[in-house]
Design a protein around this ligand. Structure first.
Ligand code: F6P
Length: 357
């Protein structure tokens, strides 16, 4: 009898609390309904950013919410460079490299004061949520803003480096890979005509994705990446071996963040000193890798992630990144996206070793 009483008591107490909670949630949703979404591009630009902005703007139009473009990334947010965009504002940009909203790496936004100014401008423009297209630095800023001012943010991974956790690919990576492969193909022509050895530096401060994949795709003899330090002596040994097997020219792809302890020019001198048979040349591909029309893959990826970001926001999601995992648009907490990637390059390294003999 006692337990029945307790149960009865619990039911009496429990029901009104549940009811109250659901009413409160409804009220929160009503009062925080997303009506105005802002979008910005931040950090290093990447081909396909325009396609992502276009998808965000058009998804807003489809779901009948207002969309605002912020110029020059966080810099523009601090300076209140915000403009309303509509479906027509983003015509003819899906095929263009760069970002028409411009991008920047803002020092001021790294300070609390800067983020406060940015937040005040968001409020002044009645913006309810912010979509940030960029890399890990941009996501770190977005998360800080969101946590400090309880403001909804969503990240879309846009960087040629492909170094974001929680997505198989970042926007711009595929285009950059193709640019690099095309450039190496051209260098190979001249390398082989002159029996030369070329060291080619590609982007990737912390990630070897571009170097490894473009290196395999272009048939490089050696690939140096930040995640794996093969050591200069092993490099020389390996090059000597391939010379003995009859190779007359060689391509070494070096990611800019490689851990040999030498910059590419020092590495070039070292290789020339230790491999007398070869004339060595160095080529730094640089920012050519960040430009040009996005590949079809990047355009489609950017379109999927742009639509996904708006849908996630309207679904009440916050502090998340939309990414692509096994071809599906997926969301992960922004904090997870900032963690070190679990993915290893072992398989690709093996493929590179086997196919470059
Ligand atoms: O983050 C992308 C990236 O392209 C890196 O690979 C490279 O180290 C860096 O940007 C260069 O950036 P910036 O030219 O803007 O200084």
């Amino acid at each position: 009898m006692k337990s029945l009483n307790l149960l009865t008591e619990n039911v009496i107490v429990f029901l009104p609390i549940r009811l109250l909670r659901s009413i409160t949630i409804d009220l929160i949703l009503m009062t925080h309904k997303i009506e105005n979404i802002a979008v910005l591009t931040s950090g290093g630009d990447a081909p396909g950013m325009n396609a992502a902005i276009r998808a965000v703007v058009r998804a807003c139009s489809y779901y009948e919410v207002n969309c605002y473009g912020v110029y020059k990334g966080y810099e523009g947010l601090i300076d209140n460079e915000i403009e309303q965009l509509n479906a027509r504002s983003v015509r003819n940009i899906i095929n263009k490299g760069g970002t028409f909203l411009k991008s920047a790496r803002s020092k001021e936004f790294r300070t609390e004061e800067g983020r406060k100014k940015a937040y005040e401008n968001l409020i002044k423009n009645q913006i309810d949520a912010l979509i940030v297209i960029g890399g890990d630095g941009s996501f770190t800023g977005a998360l800080k803003l969101s946590e400090e001012f309880n403001f909804p943010v969503i990240g879309i991974p846009g960087t040629i480096d492909n170094d974001i956790n929680g997505t198989d690919y970042t926007i711009g990576y595929d285009t950059a890979l193709n640019t690099v492969v095309e450039a190496i193909d051209k260098i190979r022509d001249t390398a082989s005509s002159h029996n030369r050895l070329f060291l080619i530096e590609v982007m990737g401060r912390d990630a070897g994705d571009i170097a490894l994949n473009a290196g395999i795709g272009a048939g490089a003899e050696e690939i140096l990446i930040p995640e794996e330090n093969m050591g200069v002596d092993r490099l020389i040994d390996s090059l000597k071996k391939s010379k003995h097997t009859g190779k007359t020219s060689s391509i070494i792809v070096v990611a800019e963040g490689d851990k040999s302890g030498k910059n590419i020019f020092e590495l070039g001198e070292y290789v020339e000193e230790h491999l007398e048979d070869y004339e060595v040349r160095v080529s730094v591909l640089g920012h050519i890798q960040r430009g040009g029309p996005p590949s079809c893959y990047d355009r489609v990826l950017a379109s999927k992630l742009g639509v996904g970001a708006v849908e996630a926001l309207l679904d009440g999601k916050d502090k998340i990144m939309v990414g692509i995992v096994h071809k599906k648009v997926t969301i992960v907490p922004l904090t997870d996206s900032l963690e070190k990637r679990k993915q290893k390059h072992d398989q690709l390294i093996k493929v590179a070793d086997i196919t470059s003999v």
